[in-house]
Design a protein around this ligand. Structure first.
Ligand SMILES: Cc1cc2nc3c(=O)[nH]c(=O)nc-3n(C[C@H](O)[C@H](O)[C@H](O)COP(=O)(O)OP(=O)(O)OC[C@H]3O[C@@H](n4cnc5c(N)ncnc54)[C@H](O)[C@@H]3O)c2cc1C
Length: 389
């Protein structure tokens, strides 16, 4: 039986997230949006985030210290709440972020210690990032061209990546590349490229319509020489390292998170729309009430599908279809909620200085990242009719 009840500790963590979101994240997100630039690395917001225990790894450390386990359902509820306040800031937050899952799944003990160790109790804001997307390879991640060539005791990487979250400030980037002069899924491996490595450069922060609090960055790798030990999983797992599968597993695990973020953003838009309708007397109109009611209903539905994907993950049961359904549904509903808000606010929203307008621009990315809505629908349909993924 599915049961989403939460305990007192989770309730407290949600209340804490709400207060942090209201007092710190929302103002930081608005500041970045107005300046149209990511929050700088030295921004006091990040130091405060580290001070309150943020930016840490899930890795228990070399001695395997016991840590309280956070369930996927609890994580989704927390990330929904944080995105309610500012989804761009949640991604700007320091931490080992997206590649952590790959390193935990595939990394050697030495790699976990070297790359996740500094995130156990970070002395300063630290970032890491995962670089898959290239100018010619977005949805079709199997088409990447960045290459890694063995050279004596190391690897030489060449290629270009784009739209990578936090790349210019990351201590290390987990770069996806093809090996052996081949292409396609089977040739893919992941490599740690550390900040300052000669040949890693050309950082350019992309212009974005929304989510401006964090940087999405393109960069190049030009004859970038890295030690052999930087191959994720190590040399001994070279043949079986299945870099593509691990990367895809990360994206599968990320889909319910994006869905939860979208539900949070949709809730924020609905609250803005409701507040405006109340203040401006629009609530007297049946049609307005009907549309707000429909939105609340759809957001509730998206949240339940999202939590179900998390509930299955907590039980280590297959959830690919549910994860894709959650993302496809929630991103669409959240876009609808922000569009409704824009419509109800009319000229007040269109002036460009109201939160609803920022949400309207921010939410589009929820449909794009970690597999577009269309790609999710392709996955669901293939599973439905029993085609290989
Ligand atoms: C804000 C933001 C942050 C990002 N962060 C990262 C990051 O940290 N790391 C990273 O590696 N990447 C990142 N990305 C890149 C992201 O993963 C890609 O944008 C995404 O995979 C889509 O690729 P694309 O933009 O090249 O679009 P395309 O793949 O070119 O798609 C264009 C259109 O074609 C449709 N389409 C494509 N293939 C199919 C198909 N088989 N069937 C039906 N329709 C299809 C898509 O749905 C879409 O509508 C980020 C992107 C954004 C916008």
């Amino acid at each position: 039986m599915i049961d989403f009840r939460i305990d007192e500790r989770t309730r407290e963590r949600l209340a804490d997230a709400r207060e942090w979101g209201r007092s710190a994240m929302r103002p930081a997100g608005l500041e970045a949006d107005r300046l149209s630039a990511p929050l700088p690395e030295g921004h006091p917001y990040f130091a405060k985030f580290i001070e309150r225990g943020g930016g840490r790894t899930r890795w228990p450390g070399p001695a395997g210290a016991k840590r309280e386990r956070t369930s996927v359902v609890e994580t989704l509820l927390l990330l929904e709440e944080l995105a309610y306040w500012d989804r761009g800031v949640t991604v700007a937050d320091p931490g080992p972020s997206l590649p952590e899952t790959n390193v935990l799944a595939m990394g050697t003990e030495e790699q976990k210690e070297r790359y996740l160790g500094p995130f156990l109790a970070p002395d300063r804001p630290r970032w890491a990032c995962f670089a898959m997307t290239e100018p010619g390879a977005g949805s079709d991640a199997a088409a990447i061209k960045t290459s890694a060539r063995k050279d004596g005791d190391g690897w030489i990487l060449n290629g270009a990546k784009c739209f990578i979250g936090g790349a210019s400030r990351a201590d290390w980037i987990l770069v996806q590349a093809v090996v052996g002069g081949e292409s396609g899924r089977r040739a893919q491996r992941s490599f740690f490229v550390e900040r300052g490595t000669p040949g890693l450069g050309g950082f350019k922060i992309e212009k974005k319509m929304g989510l401006r609090a964090y940087e999405s960055t393109s960069f190049t790798l030009q004859d970038c020489l890295i030690p052999a030990a930087n191959l994720l999983g190590g040399e001994e797992r070279y043949e079986s390292s299945a870099g593509f599968k691990t990367a895809m597993r990360t994206f599968n695990a990320g889909r319910p998170i994006i869905a939860a973020n979208a539900v949070g953003m949709g809730r924020a838009a609905l609250d803005e729309a409701l507040a405006f309708a109340r203040e401006s007397g629009l609530l007297h109109r049946d049609r307005v009430r009907d549309r707000l009611e429909a939105m609340a209903r759809k957001l509730r539905m998206a949240r339940l599908v999202c939590l179900r994907a998390g509930w299955l993950a907590d039980r280590e049961r297959p959830n690919i279809t549910e994860a894709s359904m959650a993302k496809a549904l929630a991103a669409g509903v959240a876009q609808e909620a922000t569009a409704l808000g824009m419509e109800l606010l009319g000229a007040t929203g269109a002036r460009g200085d109201h939160l609803i307008e920022k949400l309207y621009r921010d939410v589009k990315a929820m449909d794009i990242v970690e597999g577009t809505g269309q790609v999710q629908r392709v996955i669901i349909a293939r599973n439905l009719v029993g085609l290989p993924r």
